[in-house]
Design a protein around this ligand. Structure first.
Ligand code: SAM
Length: 194
């Protein structure tokens, strides 16, 4: 994927060890960048999500969660939501299927919520239908108990230790279930998503 073309933190550019989950590559999105750069990366990821049918696992998962919980509105939190294309897709799916949902997106980068609101306006999603929060996911103050926690293309931003924290947070926070959907790093994927 595009964001994998980072430089090693030590400034060298020797080939990464693809057999390891974590290596010392900085994610460009997480570094200092302009709003325009963040927006370009986020919209590029939206194309990747569409091309790779990346929304399907979350929709399948939420269908199962909704079956299990009945008619009460489910609170779904998307961790590392970026500009919210995943939650907007879920919002439209829920409207079609008449599944009552309360949706919250959390992202540490303030550009994410700014762009999410802009995209809501463009997509005709009424302001406030999805709550956008700027916070470190593990410290976010959520307005209501969480039924389902989902994340997409987020886990690879984390160190191995932080991944364990994410799984613990999911377990402790999500009353019904959680889903981590992420890429698997490989040389082929890096070539394909330059
Ligand atoms: C690759 S983007 C994925 C965006 C979106 N979920 C998608 O599927 O396209 C990863 C996002 O995680 C966010 N992020 C990284 N660390 C975070 C943290 N500790 N808490 C919340 N968001 C974080 C980044 O700001 C970035 O927007």
């Amino acid at each position: 994927m595009g964001e994998m073309q980072g430089m090693r933190r030590d400034g060298t550019d020797s080939a990464p060890d693809w057999s390891r989950r974590e290596f010392d590559l900085a994610e460009w999105m997480d570094g200092p960048c302009s709003y325009e750069e963040y927006a370009r990366a986020a919209l590029d990821l939206e194309r990747v999500n569409r091309l790779t049918l990346g929304y399907r696992p979350a929709l399948r998962f939420l269908a199962r969660v909704a079956e299990r919980t009945g008619s009460a509105p489910l609170h779904v939190v998307d961790v590392g939501c970026g500009h919210g294309d995943g939650l907007r897709t879920i919002y439209r799916w829920a409207a079609r299927k008449k599944v009552p949902l309360r949706l919250t997106g959390v992202d540490i980068n303030p550009y994410a919520a700014q762009l999410a609101r802009e995209c809501d306006r463009r997509a005709g999603v009424a302001a406030g239908s999805i709550a956008w929060i700027t916070a470190n996911a593990f410290e976010a103050e959520l307005a209501a108990p969480v039924d389902a926690a989902i994340s997409s293309l987020f886990a690879h931003h984390l160190t191995d230790t932080a991944i364990v924290a994410l799984l613990r947070w999911n377990e402790a926070t999500a009353r019904v279930g959680w889903l981590v959907n992420d890429l698997r790093r490989s040389r082929r994927a890096a070539m394909g998503f330059k």
